[in-house]
Ligand binder design. Structure first.
Ligand SMILES: Nc1nc2c([nH]c(=O)n2[C@H]2C[C@H](O)[C@@H](COP(=O)(O)OP(=O)(O)OP(=O)(O)O)O2)c(=O)[nH]1
Length: 139
């Protein structure tokens, strides 16, 4: 029903997130005016597939083109910067070339299990522990 759909949209967001790994470290990004690192990626626009969303957001935020994407898993939590529930669809992504902070991204960091920077909850509590357990990033 339309009213229900509108109410759901007001409370729920869906984001596609890129898991980009280089030399056993994971890429996280920090947006201007924030102090928590999040995954590269962004909200899915109406009519867009998850891959199209990833392509658009990865090019916009870190200036590179995607060469390959493989679905990992989806996670649900309260969004780091919005009073809404966020569902994050996480994908392993390979890119052409070197990532750099672009447009609203102020800083990028390559992190491992030891890096002490504030990281938003889904990546911190769900994604990074699984990457560590699979030995995809360094302890
Ligand atoms: N709890 C939690 N929230 C997260 C994580 N990663 C992440 O981006 N978020 C939140 C931050 C924002 O509140 C929301 C949307 O992410 P975003 O700000 O990258 O999306 P976007 O680029 O489309 O946003 P916008 O600037 O276009 O509005 O998701 C995470 O790992 N855990």
């Amino acid at each position: 029903m339309r009213v229900k759909r509108v109410k759901m949209d007001a409370l729920l967001m869906e984001k596609c997130a890129a898991i980009i790994i280089r030399e056993k470290t994971l890429l996280v990004v920090r947006k201007r005016f924030t102090n928590i690192f999040i995954s590269p990626g962004g909200k899915i626009e109406p009519g867009e597939t998850q891959i199209q969303c990833l392509r658009r957001e990865v090019a916009e935020e870190i200036g590179v083109e995607i060469s390959d994407a493989l679905y990992f898993d989806s996670f649900e939590r309260e969004a780091a910067f919005d009073h809404k529930i966020i569902i994050i669809h996480a994908w392993f992504v390979s890119v052409y070339g070197e990532c750099y902070p672009n447009s609203e991204i102020e800083e990028i960091r390559w992190v491992n299990g030891k890096t002490r920077v504030p990281i938003a909850s889904i990546f911190k509590d769900c994604v990074i522990p699984r990457l560590l357990a699979q030995d995809l990033i360094d302890e």
